[in-house]
Structures are given as structure tokens and as C-alpha cells.
Design a protein around this ligand. Structure first.
Ligand SMILES: N[C@@H](CCC(=O)N[C@@H](CS)C(=O)NCC(=O)O)C(=O)O
Length: 105
């Protein structure tokens, strides 16, 4: 593999290209134990920030969540454009060892 210049932001080491962390979005509400569990799991797996889309504050966001995901419960979690689903699906991915690949951690 070609070596990049030190000033090249894509190169962090002699051989490994940088891997940008994915964008994590979570449709959520203020009172939501499953949202808290999802957030804790993501943070425990190295996620630095989660964009919260508060469907309890914005009916348009709730409508958007239902339209995009076909689900009515929160959380609904996206890793970049991948719709993971709710906490149960996130936890299943974690048990299967698939989160590091998706989270680039
Ligand atoms: N199995 C779902 C459960 C999600 C769930 O029950 N969320 C609650 C809030 S913590 C909810 O959206 N309740 C409203 C409803 O069921 O319509 C998951 O793992 O995400």
C-alpha cells in the first residue's frame, strides 16, 4: 500500500488508512428505558456521540421515524444509513460480535 504524507488526514500510520467513525442517530424520547440501554451499550462499544432525534418533542420527527422504519417504538437506531432497529436488535448484533465492524471500533 502506498504511504501517505503526514499531512494527509486519511493516513494515520504507515500502512493503515483512517476509518471515520460512523454517524449514529437514534430516534428517542425523554422517558425511554430502552433508549438508555441502547445509549449505554453504544457508549460501552466506543461510540463518542449519538444524535438524538426526539420524537416526543417533534411530531414531524415521529412521522418520519414511522415512515422510514415502519416502527412505532423508540429507540430506532441508525448506524450511517443502516437501520439497526431497536435495542433488542442492537443487543443481538453485539452478542453476535458484529458491532465493532459496524462501528469501526
Ligand atoms: N423491543 C423494543 C422495545 C422498545 C419499547 O418498548 N420502547 C418503548 C419506550 S422505552 C416504546 O416505544 N413504547 C411506546 C410504544 O410501545 O408505543 C426494543 O428493543 O427497542
Amino acid at each position: 500500500m502506498a504511504r501517505g504524507r503526514a499531512s494527509d488526514p486519511q493516513v494515520v500510520g504507515p500502512d493503515e488508512p483512517a476509518s471515520m467513525p460512523p454517524r449514529i442517530r437514534m430516534y428517542s424520547t425523554a422517558v425511554c428505558p430502552y433508549c438508555i440501554r441502547a445509549e449505554r451499550l453504544l457508549m460501552a462499544r466506543g461510540v463518542g456521540s449519538i444524535e438524538k432525534l426526539r420524537v416526543d418533542l417533534d411530531p414531524a420527527l415521529r412521522a418520519e421515524m414511522i415512515r422510514i422504519t415502519g416502527r412505532r417504538t423508540v429507540p430506532q437506531i441508525f448506524i450511517d444509513d443502516l437501520h439497526v432497529g431497536g435495542f433488542d436488535e442492537l443487543a443481538a448484533l453485539d452478542r453476535q460480535g458484529k458491532l465493532p465492524g459496524l462501528l469501526h471500533t
